[in-house]
Design a binder for this molecule. Structure first.
Ligand code: GAL
Length: 375
């Protein structure tokens, strides 16, 4: 009995601490308002009304916890420090014929709000159960409420039978030989840049693994995803209701091996942060800038600075959050994965600042929005 009371008191103290926390502590356990470590990995944030909604992968214990055994979680917050668990926004299904059956892979969920239809639209990377990472699909679900429940609609291999807008006519007709797809030499890079994999996947649709969404000032939304065996990013325009693709798309950094894309617009310029492709293992982040969403994208190198910048402070990008009501304040959101015990993954939130037109990320053991300049 005594033990139970003690445990209860401890939980209450933890929740009060969590509730009162007014700073970010990257890499530490981050208790929600119930005192439990937030479970929203590979996530993204929607600001709607006066509330932030954080969506992420709900992971469970152990290695098996990297698979989708529960679904997409949702948390809400007014101040970005203290988060209320809003439960499961999209649940995996028990029906073994469903594309989102328990045991599939659901990664990097992102939600955007459509002003015209007044619907909340959730997209995520989907791998079908039992197929490893071969399916390489993106999937969409919809809800009338930010916290869900979201109704699963369908998955896509995007842009089947359409060529990217930045593609030479001559590249459309070149043959694709099986042997060419396997080479890893410099001329092969040229082949990739000239659409080797785009042609390979032309009929069945392009691959879509790590992804993010971005809504521009004019309300147009874009889906940015790792395609071509993770060699090349694709940017695809979404339809007006955000539920499908218009067929307008472009390749970005062909053969550059980028994933974990996160995009933000600042002073009319588009900034993209990505990682290299080393699975759960951290690597050096990359950054790009462009005057148009369609490119050309200029590489700006690793935005991380200081100790351990070459491993992005042991993390991988997932989202860039513009802080509401604060001019020029952005948060770089990243994951420190723990693949052996998926539920223990940590969140690395750091200020994203700019030196001229160059994004910069520096490490802080703890920090708060108050610390950042120009309120
Ligand atoms: C990473 C990717 C993660 C997850 C992981 C699986 O490269 O960014 O979202 O897919 O690989 O190994």
């Amino acid at each position: 009995m005594r033990k139970q009371i003690l445990f209860y008191l401890l939980t209450v103290i933890c929740s009060i601490q969590a509730y009162g926390q007014q700073e970010f502590r990257p890499g530490s356990l981050w208790p929600d308002q119930d005192g439990k470590h937030i479970n929203a990995h590979g996530g993204g944030i929607l600001y709607h009304g006066d509330t932030y909604y954080w969506f992420g992968e709900f992971k469970t214990e152990g290695k098996a916890g990297n698979k989708a055994l529960v679904g997409v979680s949702c948390y809400s917050s007014k101040d970005l420090y203290s988060w209320k668990n809003e439960g499961i926004a999209l649940r995996v299904e028990n029906d073994s014929t469903s594309e989102i059956t328990k045991g599939c892979v659901i990664e990097r969920p992102k939600v955007i709000y459509n002003r015209k239809t007044k619907k909340f639209v959730l997209w995520f990377h989907l791998e079908l159960k039992g197929q490893g990472y071969d399916a390489a699909r993106t999937a969409v679900a919809v809800s009338d409420h930010p916290t869900g429940p979201y109704r699963y609609i369908q998955s896509y291999r995007p842009n089947s039978k359409t060529w990217p807008i930045n593609f030479d006519k001559a590249w459309q007709t070149k043959a694709v030989k099986e042997s060419d797809l396997k080479a890893h030499t410099d001329p092969w890079r040229k082949e990739v840049a000239e659409g080797l994999f785009v042609r390979r996947d032309f009929e069945k649709g392009q691959m879509s693994r790590d992804m993010t969404l971005f809504v521009d000032d004019d309300g147009k939304a874009y889906h940015i995803h790792a395609a071509e065996e993770n060699l090349t990013l694709h940017i695809s325009e979404l339809s007006d209701d955000y539920l499908s693709f218009t067929g307008k798309w472009a390749t970005l950094a062909p053969a550059g091996h980028n994933e974990a894309p996160a995009l933000v617009k600042r002073n009319g310029k588009y900034f993209l942060i990505t990682s290299g492709c080393t699975g759960w293992e951290p690597n050096a982040a990359r950054s790009f800038v462009s005057n148009s969403i369609w490119g050309p994208w200029i590489s700006l190198g690793n935005p991380a600075r200081g100790n351990n910048a070459e491993r992005t402070f042991e993390s991988q990008s997932t989202f860039i959050l513009p802080v509401h009501g604060r001019k020029d304040q952005y948060i770089f959101m990243a994951d420190r994965w723990v693949p052996e015990n998926a539920i223990d993954g940590r969140y690395i939130w750091l200020p994203l600042t700019f030196e001229g037109d160059k994004p910069v990320i520096k490490w802080f053991d703890q920090w708060s929005l108050k610390q950042l300049a120009t309120p």
